[in-house]
Design a protein around this ligand. Structure first.
Ligand code: HEC
Length: 605
C-alpha cells in the first residue's frame, strides 16, 4: 500500500497522470489518407504509434525530423507508426500539401471529426500515443521534454518519454510514465456556441487580431499561420486565448513602467479577457457583415523603391533541425564615392526561418577575408571586426523607418556591408534569399546617429548559481538626445534593467526586461524622445540564472559559464541610440565609448 502511494507520488513528480479513454471501435473506422485513398488502422504489429499533428503548429513541425526517425526505427522493430492530422474540419488539400512537404515515411491520415484524437484522449499537437495490439493505451503524451512550454525550448531534450514507453512496450513492461503532458498547440474540440451576449468575432475579436496579430500573421510574414479571417481564428481560438493570456503573443518583452515605446505590442487586460471569453463560449461569429476589412498581404518595400537592392550572394540552405545558425553574408556596396545612407530595409527571403538580422559596415576588409570565395561565414556573437557602423536591425514585426530628416550615415568608398542573419530551423530544409534595400540622399547630413555602449566583460557564473548579477555604470560626456535602446545577453540571461539618474537627482527608468528571450532582441524606440544632459549617470544591471531550473540552460548539469561569443558563453550589452545634442558630438561619444570599453576590459578577470 505504502509503496503504491510512493509510486503514485513519484509519478506525479515526473509529470505523469493517469486516465483512461475509451478506444472503442476505432479499428473499424475508415480514415482518409492525406495523399488520397482510404485507410484502416493496422493490427498485426506489436503496437501502434500515433503522432497527432497540425500543419500550422510550429512545435509539431519542429518535431518532424524526430517523428520521422522514430517511425523508421520502430517500424523495423514491429511497431507501426501513423501520423494523424488532428484538426477539426482541416481541408484535405492542406493535409496533402503538408504531408508532401513533411513526409514522415509512414501513413498520414485525416481526422477531421477528431474521432481518433478524442478516442486517444489527445489534447495538443504534437502528441504521441502508443496502443497495444489488444487496444490498450500504453502511453500518451510528449515525444520528449525539449519544450517546457510554448516559447521555451531546451537546447536538447533530457527525458525521452516516448522512447522509454516504446522500449517498455517491446518487452511487455508498462511504460515508466504512461501519461505525460505535451507542449504545443491545443487540439480544438468543437464547443456548442451558447446564447450568450459575450464577445463575437465580428465586433470584438477581429479588431484585436487585425491590429495586434495580423502584422506578423499574414502571408509573406513571419507568423506560422494567417489570422485574417473568422475561419483562421475560430479553429485555434483556445490556442489564441492561451498565448495571449500567457503574454507569449504578441511577442513584447519590455515591462511596463520602464519607458514608453513606439509600436508597443502589449495587449491590454481587456483585450486578453475578450479573447478568452470568446474562446470559452465557442468562438461565435456575430454579424458577418460587421467584420472590419483585414490588412492586405505585405507587398514590396515599406519605405518605397530603394536606390540600391543587394541580395545575399546565393540561396542559403537552412537545415531541418539542430541549433540556430548565425550566418554573416558579405554584400559589397561597390561605391565609387561617398554616399549618405538615410534609411535601410531588410526584406527576409523566407520569413519562416529568418528570425532576425543586423547589418554591419566594414571598412577594414576583414569581412572579405572571412568570407573569401564562400560569400559568407557562420559566427556567433559578432561579425569578427570592429564595425564602422551598425544599421537598423530587422526583427519580425518591427516597422522599418528612415532616419530623421538631416540625419544620415556616411558610407565610405570601398566599404562593405555585412548582413548577419539568425536562422531558426523549421522542421524541414528551407531555402532563403534575403535582400536589403538601401536609401540614399544627396543632402550632406547635419548629424549622424550615435549612442552609448554599455555592458560587462566581467562575467564568471558558477555552475548552479540562480541569480548572478553583473552591473555597469556610464557617465554621459555630453548631452544625448535619446531615441532607442537595445539589450543583449545569451541563453542564461533572465533580466535586464536600465535606469538613468539626472544631475538634478531625478531618476528615469529606461528599460526593464523581466523575462529575457534571446530570440526577441528588439530595438525599443521611445514614444517621446528625451534628452539626457551631460553628467547623467546610467546604470545597467543584468541577471543570469545558471541553475538547472533555467530551461534555456544549454548545460545539463550546469557548468561554469564565462564571457564569450558562443551561444553557450554569456555576454552583457546595452546600446542606447540617439544623437549628440551639440554639432560634432558624435566624436565625443565614440571616444567615450572606446575608453569605457577599455575600462570594461581592464575589469575582466
Ligand atoms: C511580431 C510578430 C508577431 C505578432 C505581432 C504576433 N505573432 Fe504570433 N507568432 C509569431 C511567430 C514568429 C511565431 C512562431 C513562434 C515560433 O516559431 O517559436 C508565432 C506563433 C504564434 C502561435 C503558435 C504558438 C506556438 O508556438 O505554438 C500562436 C497561437 C500565435 N502566434 C498567436 C498570435 C496572436 C493571437 C497574436 C496577436 C494577439 C500574435 N500571435 C501576434 C509572430 C508574431
Amino acid at each position: 500500500m505504502r509503496i503504491a502511494v510512493l509510486l503514485l507520488g513519484l509519478a506525479a513528480l515526473l509529470g505523469c497522470g493517469q486516465d483512461e479513454p475509451a478506444l472503442g471501435s476505432l479499428w473499424k473506422e475508415k480514415f482518409a489518407l492525406a495523399q488520397g485513398g482510404e485507410y484502416l488502422l493496422p493490427t498485426s504489429p506489436k503496437a501502434i504509434l500515433f503522432f497527432l499533428i497540425r500543419p500550422d503548429c510550429p512545435i509539431s513541425n519542429a518535431y518532424h525530423p524526430e517523428i520521422k526517425r522514430l517511425a523508421k526505427e520502430y517500424e523495423a522493430r514491429g511497431i507501426a507508426s501513423v501520423v494523424v492530422y488532428a484538426e477539426a474540419g482541416l481541408e484535405p488539400w492542406k493535409a496533402e500539401c503538408h504531408s508532401f512537404e513533411f513526409d514522415a515515411g509512414c501513413p498520414a491520415i485525416l481526422d477531421p471529426k477528431l474521432v481518433l484524437a478524442r478516442g486517444l484522449g489527445a489534447t495538443v499537437t504534437p502528441e504521441a500515443a502508443v496502443v497495444s495490439q489488444a487496444g490498450e493505451l500504453l502511453y500518451r503524451g510528449r515525444i520528449d521534454d525539449q519544450y517546457l512550454e510554448v516559447g521555451r525550448r531546451r537546447p536538447e531534450a533530457v527525458r525521452h518519454d516516448l522512447r522509454d514507453a516504446l522500449e517498455a512496450a517491446l518487452t511487455g513492461r508498462p511504460a515508466p510514465c504512461p501519461r505525460t503532458q505535451s507542449v504545443g498547440c491545443p487540439i480544438q474540440y468543437p464547443v456548442p456556441a451558447g446564447k450568450s451576449e459575450g464577445p463575437t468575432f465580428a465586433k470584438d475579436v477581429a479588431p484585436i487580431l487585425f491590429a495586434r496579430c495580423a502584422p506578423c500573421h499574414r502571408p509573406g510574414e513571419v507568423g506560422p499561420f494567417p489570422l485574417l479571417s473568422y475561419e483562421d481564428a475560430k479553429k485555434r481560438a483556445i490556442q489564441i486565448s492561451r498565448v495571449a493570456e500567457d503574454r507569449l503573443m504578441p511577442p513584447w518583452k519590455a515591462a511596463p513602467g520602464y519607458g514608453e515605446f513606439l509600436h508597443e505590442r502589449r495587449l491590454s487586460d481587456n483585450e486578453i479577457a475578450t479573447l478568452k471569453r470568446w474562446a470559452v463560449e465557442g468562438a461565435p461569429l456575430g454579424n458577418a457583415r460587421a467584420i472590419p476589412s483585414p490588412p492586405g498581404p505585405k507587398a514590396g518595400w515599406t519605405l518605397g523603391p530603394p536606390d540600391l537592392v543587394l541580395e545575399i550572394p546565393e540561396t542559403y540552405r537552412v537545415p531541418a533541425e539542430g541549433e540556430d545558425v548565425n550566418m554573416h553574408f558579405l554584400l559589397p556596396l561597390d561605391l565609387s564615392k561617398e554616399r549618405y545612407l538615410r534609411g535601410l530595409e531588410v526584406r527576409p527571403g523566407n520569413p519562416r526561418v529568418v528570425h532576425h538580422a543586423v547589418g554591419f559596415l566594414d571598412q577594414s576588409g576583414t569581412a572579405r577575408r572571412l568570407s573569401a570565395r564562400r560569400g559568407g561565414y557562420a559566427r556567433f556573437g559578432g561579425p569578427g571586426f570592429v564595425p564602422a557602423g551598425i544599421t537598423p536591425r530587422y526583427v519580425p514585426g518591427q516597422v522599418p523607418e528612415s532616419f530623421e530628416p538631416g540625419t544620415a550615415i556616411t558610407l565610405g568608398k570601398g566599404w562593405d556591408y555585412v548582413l548577419e542573419i539568425h536562422y531558426h530551423p523549421s522542421g524541414k530544409e528551407e531555402m532563403d534569399r534575403t535582400a536589403v534595400g538601401f536609401y540614399f540622399t544627396d543632402e550632406k547630413p547635419k548629424r549622424a546617429p550615435t549612442g552609448v555602449l554599455m555592458g560587462s566583460e566581467d562575467i564568471d557564473i558558477p555552475a548552479g548559481e540562480k541569480s548572478y548579477l553583473v552591473r555597469d555604470i556610464y557617465r554621459l560626456p555630453a548631452d544625448l538626445e535619446v531615441r532607442d535602446i537595445w539589450a543583449h545577453m545569451h541563453m542564461l540571461g533572465r533580466e535586464v534593467v536600465v535606469e538613468a539618474e539626472l544631475p538634478d537627482g531625478k531618476n528615469i527608468p529606461m528599460l526593464k526586461i523581466a523575462d529575457w528571450d534571446y530570440n526577441w532582441q528588439e530595438t525599443y524606440r521611445y514614444r517621446n524622445p528625451f534628452s539626457l544632459p551631460r553628467g547623467t549617470v546610467i546604470r545597467a544591471q543584468f541577471r543570469y540564472d545558471n541553475s538547472d531550473g533555467n530551461p534555456k540552460n544549454p548545460n545539463h548539469p550546469p557548468k561554469r559559464v564565462t564571457l564569450g561569443e558562443k551561444t553557450t558563453d554569456e555576454m552583457a550589452g546595452i546600446w542606447i541610440g540617439g544623437f549628440a545634442a551639440q554639432e560634432g558630438g558624435e566624436r565625443i561619444f565614440s571616444t567615450a565609448n572606446l575608453s569605457h570599453y577599455r575600462e570594461l576590459q581592464r575589469r575582466r578577470r
